[in-house]
Design a protein. Structure first.
Length: 89
């Protein structure tokens, strides 16, 4: 799965369009509202994860890449090793 934050944006706007459909019955509106709640819940977690990754990148950019080996979740191990050796991007 190769989703991007732009895909999340598309999903959120698509859900807004479904919620704004004036042809929906009361039951369909309730169903879409529950679906929207679930989408928002997942979206919040995705956004928190992206924020954490941004903070890690900011830490590395501001304080050097010698921290990279200790940040195991921001880059694959080969990339972390290269970053720690100063060969990173």
């Amino acid at each position: 799965m190769k989703n991007k934050l732009s895909d999340l944006n598309d999903h959120l706007f698509a859900q807004m369009e479904r919620l704004g459909d004036e042809a929906l019955s009361d039951d369909e509106i309730d169903k879409e509202a529950k679906r929207a709640d679930a989408i928002v819940s997942v979206a919040e977690q995705i956004i928190k994860n992206a924020d954490l990754q941004l903070k890690a990148a900011t830490l590395l950019a501001g304080h050097g890449y010698h921290f990279a080996p200790h940040l195991s979740n921001i880059a694959p191990s080969a990339e972390r090793k290269a970053l720690a050796q100063g060969d990173g991007k």
